[in-house]
Design a protein around this ligand. Structure first.
Ligand code: ADP
Length: 335
């Protein structure tokens, strides 16, 4: 009897500690989906405490029959309790594991963003300073210009420096808008959007022999983000203009689009200077310029790629040096 009593009393003390520890544990998991289960586990522990108390009373009053029944119930409840603990702990560990995997990938993402931010800050300051310094120098030359031709030439160069600065600022704005804002889906008439982009590029400084061919169904409406699609088109068509091959007799840009079951395909093809094979993987990187013909920022295709990623689409390039390039974009239809 003494041994049984000591056992029950020790069990009660241990269970008491277990209840207080589990309460603390539950407070930690309060926001987790298993918080309710832990609450039930605590109730079961309290039940055990009551069971232990009753057992002590039964031992002291020598009510062996009832004690046996209580022992049976406590044994059964104990097994259920252990099962519940194992199941709850397993699911908690699974959740912790899942969140640590997502933390690792978030961390990698942050490291990438951090490296890009470093590069970005360096390049922004460098690329902004270049045209500004050149404008300042040109202003001095204009001030002391001896002829109208000389000053006109300088003014022309000042203009192209400001255009470059404007383009750079636009790219940065597009980039930050793309990462900051959520996708805004609306029905977009692709053909009229392409025409709008073409119109806006009409005054761009380019070879006016370039022939522009558009092949797109009259009524092609897709559900997507209009502004993002417009930026994407503007950048790709601008590049097709910028990298035309002046040696060719028939510089040409072809834009076509077609609907597919999940979305739509878009292609911007030119017979321009083409891209070296070893550069074709790099052109979507931030600030990558593949030719000394580029007076741009090296951000255009990076912006395009970021937009395609945001819209969960795909982009690929096919190009041959001196023959031309084709950019194929596949975007989903957000229904
Ligand atoms: P940028 O035009 O400002 O240099 P982009 O990111 O738009 O920057 O393009 C990156 C590089 O990819 C360009 O420097 C150029 O070498 C190459 N490229 C892009 N589009 C074309 C094209 N249509 N034809 C030939 N080369 C291209």
């Amino acid at each position: 009897v003494i041994v049984t009593l000591i056992g029950i009393v020790l069990g009660t003390i241990v269970m008491f500690f277990a209840v207080s520890k589990t309460t603390k544990l539950r407070n930690l998991l309060l926001t987790g989906s298993n918080a309710k289960r832990w609450k039930w586990l605590i109730y079961m522990m309290v039940f055990f405490l009551v069971g232990y108390g009753a057992s002590v009373a039964l031992v002291l009053t020598n009510q062996v029959q009832i004690l046996l029944i209580v022992t049976g119930i406590v044994f059964f409840a104990g097994a259920v309790f252990v099962l519940l603990v194992v199941m709850t702990a397993k699911s908690d560990i699974q959740q912790i594991q899942d969140s640590s995997i997502s933390l690792i990938s978030k961390n990698e993402e942050l490291e990438k963003i951090n490296t890009e931010l470093d590069l970005f800050a360096y390049r922004v300051s460098h690329d902004l300073r270049g045209p500004i310094a050149s404008i300042r120098g040109l202003i001095e030359i204009v001030r002391y210009a001896k002829s109208k031709e000389e000053s006109d030439l300088c003014l022309e160069k000042i203009k192209s420096s400001t255009v470059k600065l404007e383009g750079f600022i636009q790219d940065i704005l597009d980039l930050s808008r793309n990462s900051r804002t959520e996708i805004e889906v609306e029905p977009v008439e692709v053909r009229s959007l392409i025409t709008e982009v073409m119109e806006s590029l009409k005054y761009m400084d380019h070879d006016h022999r370039v022939e522009l061919l558009l092949s797109c169904p009259q009524v092609l409406v897709i559900q997507t983000d209009r502004l993002r699609l417009k930026i994407l088109l503007t950048n790709l068509v601008t590049n097709a203009y910028k990298y035309t091959d002046l040696e060719k007799t028939n510089p040409r840009i072809e834009v076509w689009c077609v609907k597919n079951p999940g979305g739509f395909n878009l292609s911007i093809k030119d017979n321009g200077i083409g891209i070296k094979e070893e550069y074709q993987e790099k052109i979507f990187e931030m600030f990558f310029r593949g030719t000394d013909k580029s007076a741009g920022t090296g951000l255009g295709l990076y912006v395009v790629n970021e937009i395609v990623l945001k819209l969960k689409g795909k982009i690929q390039v096919k190009s041959r040096l001196h023959e031309g390039s084709e950019f194929e974009v596949n975007l989903p239809n957000y229904l």
